[in-house]
Design a protein around this ligand. Structure first.
Ligand code: G4P
Length: 290
């Protein structure tokens, strides 16, 4: 999978975060609950250092609740980290963060001054939606694209909290390759960047192993499911009438249907990675001891 982020953007984001970090009391890192590992920017842990953090597992309405619980326990093993599962569909729960922040900082005796909170997240995790809910109004997006604010934003929130939003582009984890496919499956990476059909096949292979009932129920497929992703796509195509003139399923159309439905939650609440999968992957990629 050939994706190159612009080194200039990466450098800028790192510089901005490094510059602002000494004034920050707490970091809010927004992650996608379906892929908490892949949706984390690889630089954040080092840049954050020992600053307390709230890791938000956002879009939890789309993720498997049991897996989200496991992620929360896993993330909270890191000192100073509090994990919170949220969905922007319940703005009341989101506003609960405004009470959690002073609660987490109360031992630091900051009552008399403004608390500065830096919010970080890769594109499409729902950072802007979250900022708008917390602020109670629409705030201009920050970023590197045209027509987007290129300045650090300081957004005044209730409870004497100022939210700092940096304009630098935070890229996700694209290595190992599975991370890129998971990001593409959720729609966090644009469909033009990776071959659409390949992403759908990756998603089907994953669903077949981890959530076969989601495929069976949504597309009324026969059990046991075929072993190859293409055969499953053929079966979905037959169900949905996506057939090519010469016979056989229109795989591109099936890929589009499957990914759209998976992303919208129509196949149920699905998490694409678990802490155990990541531990296994990290272990497999680490060099053998001599
Ligand atoms: P960003 O600033 O991190 O780039 O993300 P943004 O808030 O723009 O959100 C990206 C997409 O994710 C939006 O959908 C938004 O509605 C959706 N989203 C944000 N939070 C949640 C959540 O908790 N659950 C679900 N299911 N979706 C969420 P969009 O289709 O790009 O835009 P829109 O049509 O909703 O405006």
């Amino acid at each position: 999978m050939a994706i190159n982020w612009f080194p200039g953007h990466m450098h800028k984001a790192r510089k901005e975060i490094k510059k602002i970090m000494p004034e920050v009391d707490l970091v809010i890192e927004v992650l996608d609950a379906r892929i908490p590992f892949s949706s984390e920017n690889p630089l954040v842990p080092a840049l954050r250092g020992s600053t307390p953090a709230i890791k938000i597992l956002n879009k939890s309405d789309l993720a498997d609740p049991a897996v989200t619980q496991r992620w929360m326990r896993h993330l909270e093993r890191t000192p100073g980290v509090t994990a919170v599962a949220l969905t922007q569909k319940h703005p009341g729960e989101v506003s609960g963060l405004l009470n959690l922040i002073p609660e987490l900082l109360k031992h630091r005796n900051l009552e008399k001054r403004t608390v500065r909170v830096l919010i970080l997240g890769i594109p499409n995790v729902g950072k802007s939606t979250l900022i708008n809910t917390l602020a109670g109004r629409a705030i201009a997006k920050t970023g590197n694209e045209p027509a987007i604010t290129k300045m650090l934003q300081r957004i005044q929130l209730p409870n004497n909290i100022v939210l700092l939003d940096t304009p630098g582009f935070l890229w996700p984890k694209l290595s190992p390759e599975e991370c890129g496919y998971r990001l593409a499956t959720t729609g966090a990476i644009k469909d033009t960047v990776i071959e659409f059909d390949e992403v759908a096949m990756f998603a089907i292979d994953f669903l077949r192993a981890a959530y076969p009932e989601a495929l069976v129920n949504r597309y009324q497929l026969q059990e046991p499911l075929p072993t190859s992703a293409v055969e499953i796509m053929d079966a979905i195509g037959a169900r949905r009438g996506c057939l090519r003139r010469g016979g056989g399923a229109d795989l591109h159309k099936v890929a589009e249907i499957l990914l759209n439905e998976l992303r919208s939650g129509a196949l149920g609440r699905i998490s694409l990675e678990t802490p155990e999968m990541i531990a296994q992957m990290t272990h497999a990629n680490s060099p053998e001891p001599e």
